[in-house]
Design a protein around this ligand. Structure first.
Ligand code: FES
Ligand code: FES
Length: 157
């Protein structure tokens, strides 16, 4: 069957043999958007986080029918040039280690800051708690979310 989805500001049309294919595999394998990662495939780790209408969502637990008509943003579409405040803060803080969890962390952080632009530390920790990092980047992730909020405020975003 042929489907259309709005992804990163573009309408993408594609054929899919199995309607229950998880969105994360549609993004990665059908559409070539391999920035979105996966690990648990059970909604537990956050590696597959994308935005649906600006809010974080786990692409391993969704199908194309679940997201029909919504604006989907993947890590590739967060900014054209790495200039999103979260991306700037991540680079500044040298956050990534192996990198596998990082697109999901960044999308979770960006979605959270859309909703809570001036968070305190406990709000940041709670928002990022469900995104698992198996390396040692956890403390840098929390610091970078706080820094991203500052960068956004400095830029008047
Ligand atoms: S792969 Fe989706 S939450 Fe872990
Ligand atoms: S940086 Fe390696 S899993 Fe998070």
């Amino acid at each position: 069957m042929t489907y259309q989805l709005s992804i990163n500001g573009r309408v993408r049309e594609f054929d899919l043999a199995h309607a229950d294919t998880p969105l994360v595999f549609v993004l990665r394998e059908t559409l070539g958007l391999t920035g979105t990662k996966y690990s648990c495939l059970q909604g537990l780790c956050g590696a597959c986080t994308v935005h649906l209408d600006g809010s974080p969502a786990r692409a391993c637990r969704l199908t194309v029918e679940d997201v029909a008509g919504m604006d989907i943003t993947t890590i590739e579409g967060l900014s054209e040039d790495g200039s999103h405040p979260v991306q700037k803060a991540w680079l500044e803080g040298q956050v990534a280690q192996c990198g596998w969890c990082q697109p999901g962390q960044i999308m979770q952080a960006a979605g959270f800051l859309n909703e809570v632009p001036k968070p305190d530390l406990s709000e940041i920790k709670a928002a990022m708690d469900g995104n698992i990092c198996r390396c040692g980047a956890g403390p840098r992730i929390i610091e970078a979310v706080a820094r991203a909020a500052e960068i956004a405020q400095e830029a008047g975003q």
